[in-house]
Design a protein around this ligand. Structure first.
Ligand SMILES: [Zn+2]
Length: 496
């Protein structure tokens, strides 16, 4: 469905009206779906109202502020970023041994960083530093009990840990709710989330199940999804009554393909694919079959909310969460590059518990200044590289998430690095850089079983032992290299 400029202008006017001082209990009446919400959804929103009201700054306050600030003049947004950055750098110098050491070493003082334009004077934070220097990156004045721990799947069996304080968590969540709201999804609405999952590692706790029910969220594990159970997934989605689907690109596409093949009828208002490249023809299939807006979004495990699809621009064009993160391009030294092409450096402006400043997250792409037809003052990601073709094709020809690779390697010991190369459907070669005590007699049958479960019983799983695995231009270790898809068709670069 095309959204015209006119209807967006109306929505913008509505968004302005929504930003009002917090009045407990009345705020949601303005929500356009309120009357349709079941008691669970209403109660869920009230609970957030109360939590926001009790704390000095809660999730709903942050969402309201972001709904307003996206329309601010760019100069006002820049001033907010500059002031958040000054606070972040002063805090990092005072409380984080790593930053103090690095800044002393390069002769940079906190007062030298007056704003985003001075960011280039600070050192770049590499993945290995984050992986190996957790203690030196933790703020000394924020105890663990006031933080949440995020663990992101590493490709080396040594995952990265990021501590996030309350403000960091609130802004991160508010950023994704603003992004989802561009497709009509608001807190309390029923929605389906198809992400990672257990792979037999851990079952969801009763508490998590209750939380999900309360939030209106139906969580479905993407790694368990295959041709044999896709019908059961679709039935569960239908029963939930959800109008919104969030999940791995390959899972969204598999649902759409199956619904079409079997002549079923399943509709969504919006679908938010993520974590994998969205081929143009996949976006078309998902949109057509579900009658939905298709709004891919972009995040990384360490910072999470980075970019959300503009509901107006020719897709995919992502708006960055400028109030919460700075994304720059790693380019010529002596200047901060906020536009252009190259590897990304990401700065989380809100998390003081473990600040990530100029973090090289391994992705790359093209950044542009604000200037979108939608009228938002947010900056733009015009192209995203580095996650190309990270899907695997089963013996039946279905695409499944390549993220299963990183997940399955958590089940085997002593693998320093690995990569999965696919040369034809239903076939993979697993390249392994083995650790000293790696035992192929244990690891190979485990991996063989997992991958044949997902790729098909007749799938061919081969092993190749190597001493190193080359990285991409952006410094990213690619978990899946799908040579078959690369030969089939080069993905189309998105429109700007
Ligand atoms: Zn836009």
């Amino acid at each position: 469905m095309l959204v015209t400029e006119d209807s967006d202008r109306v929505r913008r006017r509505r968004a302005r009206h929504r930003v009002k001082p917090l009045v407990l209990g009345t705020a949601f009446v303005r929500h356009k779906h309120s009357v349709l919400l079941e008691p669970r959804g209403r109660f869920y929103r009230y609970h957030w109202e109360i939590r926001s009201h009790l704390s000095s700054f809660g999730l709903l306050n942050a969402i309201r502020l972001l709904e307003e600030s996206q329309w601010w003049p760019p100069a006002r947004l820049n001033a907010l970023r500059d002031s958040k950055l000054r606070r972040l750098v002063a805090h990092a110098y005072a409380q984080i041994p790593y930053y103090r050491h690095m800044m002393d070493e390069s002769g940079v003082r906190p007062s030298d960083i007056q704003g985003v334009a001075d960011l280039h004077r600070l050192p770049i934070l590499a993945k290995d530093t984050l992986r190996n220097h957790y203690d030196e990156l933790r703020a000394r004045d924020i105890p663990d009990r006031k933080t949440e721990l995020g663990v992101t799947g590493g490709t080396t069996g040594n995952p990265m840990r990021v501590r996030r304080d309350k403000a960091g968590t609130v802004w991160q969540r508010a950023s994704y709710w603003r992004g989802y709201s561009w497709g009509g999804l608001h807190p309390g609405d029923a929605w389906v989330q198809v992400f990672g999952g257990a792979l037999g590692l851990a079952q969801p706790t009763l508490l998590n199940k209750l939380k999900n029910w309360f939030a209106g969220k139906l969580f479905l594990p993407a790694f368990e999804l295959g041709a044999h159970n896709v019908d059961a997934y679709i039935e569960a989605i239908r029963r939930s009554g959800a109008r919104f689907l969030v999940g791995y690109t390959s899972a969204c596409h598999l649902f759409a393909q199956h619904v079409e093949r079997t002549g079923q009828d399943l509709k969504f208002e919006a679908v938010f694919p993520t974590a994998e490249l969205l081929h143009e023809q996949w976006a078309e299939t998902i949109g057509r079959v579900f009658g939905a807006k298709v709004l891919p979004y972009y995040g990384c495990g360490e910072v999470q909310s980075l970019g959300y699809s503009c509901p107006v621009a020719p897709r995919p064009l992502y708006h960055t969460c400028d109030e919460h993160v700075i994304i720059e391009i790693e380019g010529e030294p002596g200047q901060t590059h906020l536009a252009g092409e190259g590897p990304f450096l990401v700065t989380d402006l809100d998390n003081l518990a473990m600040p990530l400043i100029r973090y090289r997250n391994g992705d790359a792409g093209v950044l542009a200044e604000p200037g979108c037809d939608c009228g938002r003052s947010l900056r733009r990601i015009q192209r995203l590289d580095g996650r190309v073709n990270d899907v695997l094709i089963t013996t039946r020809g279905d695409a499944i998430s390549g993220a299963i690779g990183a997940h399955s390697f958590r089940l085997v010991q002593q693998v320093d690095q690995f990569q999965i190369v696919q040369r034809r459907p239903g076939q993979i070669t697993i390249k392994v850089v083995a650790g000293a005590e790696y035992d192929p007699r244990v690891a190979e049958p485990t991996l063989d079983r997992i991958f044949r479960n997902h790729l098909g019983a007749d799938a061919v799983v081969e092993f190749e032992y190597v001493t190193s695995i080359p990285r991409t231009v952006a410094g990213k270790a690619r978990v899946v290299v799908n040579q078959y898809l690369e030969e089939q068709a080069k993905p189309q670069p998105p429109n700007s």
